[in-house]
Design a protein around this ligand. Structure first.
Ligand code: C5P
Length: 258
């Protein structure tokens, strides 16, 4: 692809100007970071897997009526997306206690929560993305009441669908993080749509039978075999073909390279 203007570089992705107004190209890097970028590594093939998995999930969600930023996959590492104004919140949805919730509230990892819980963090790397209350969102105007209602409703719908989708391939959806953006409409208003990515970088996915972690906790906790776990998720979703030598997924078989 020709040289493009870089709009933004994050820890795991880069956004470039898209070919048409209102579009961006989202590039998935192999870089992995954890603990607010204090831990870093490059994981060969992670970007390719997340590009595919996020494409798959976004397509399934748009089929059930969730508006998303995804337009099409361009190649192994890039997808064309709608340009949105990102709402500065990380919306976290939890079904089972794990991670910071377990730490913060002293609930053992793996304990099923009495009900699904939606949390909000402020997207501020310099502050370590602090947990906030809805009160903060209203008081500081990070989102309107209507936007927040829409985000919560979409998050619960996404959770319902993804829990079923992953259950169908023997995976428990423990929790996940999503982001939303504002897409301008023709009337001078805007629509709230799902943005960013949904992948094993942003979800906790445990094998139903063994509780084996198939997500970024393998990197965060030095469990090893990170890309092998992501490959397992992609294979179970039917994204990767299985006719590869054991342990060596040939990622090129699934791509439409330029
Ligand atoms: O770390 P914590 O337990 O709060 O994470 C909850 C969920 O949100 C996990 O699935 C994690 O992968 C995801 N997350 C994320 N990006 C962050 C923080 C959490 O994708 N910055």
């Amino acid at each position: 692809m020709s040289r493009r203007k870089k709009i933004y570089e994050g820890k795991a992705k880069i956004l470039y100007e898209g070919p048409e107004p209102g579009t961006l190209v989202q590039y998935f890097k192999d870089d992995a970071t954890a603990f607010n970028a204090q831990k870093k590594a490059t994981l060969d093939g992670k970007g390719v897997l997340n590009n595919r998995i996020s494409e798959y999930v976004m397509l399934r969600l748009s089929e059930i009526g969730i508006p998303t930023h995804f337009l099409k996959r361009i190649n192994m590492r890039e997808q064309l997306i709608k340009k949105v104004e990102i709402i500065p919140l990380e919306v976290i949805c939890r079904n089972t206690a794990a991670g910071t919730m377990s730490k913060r509230l002293g609930i053992e990892e793996g304990e099923k929560l009495p009900r699904t819980i939606v949390e909000f963090c402020l997207k501020r790397d310099d502050l370590g993305d602090p947990l906030i209350a809805e009160e903060h969102i209203h008081a500081f105007g990070w989102a309107t009441h209507a936007e927040l209602d829409e985000m919560i409703a979409m998050t619960l719908r996404i959770n319902d669908y993804l829990q079923g989708m992953f259950a169908g391939i023997g995976i428990n959806l423990i929790d996940f993080k999503i982001e939303f953006g504002r897409l301008p409409d023709l009337n001078g208003g805007h629509e709230v749509i799902l943005a960013d990515e949904i992948s094993p970088d942003s979800c906790r996915l445990w094998d139903r039978d063994t509780n084996k972690k198939l997500d970024k906790d393998r990197f965060r906790r030095d469990l090893g075999d990170v890309t092998e776990a992501y490959t397992e998720v992609a294979t179970r979703l039917g994204i990767l073909q299985l006719n590869q030598p054991k342990g060596k997924p040939n990622l090129s078989v699934v791509t439409n390279e330029e």
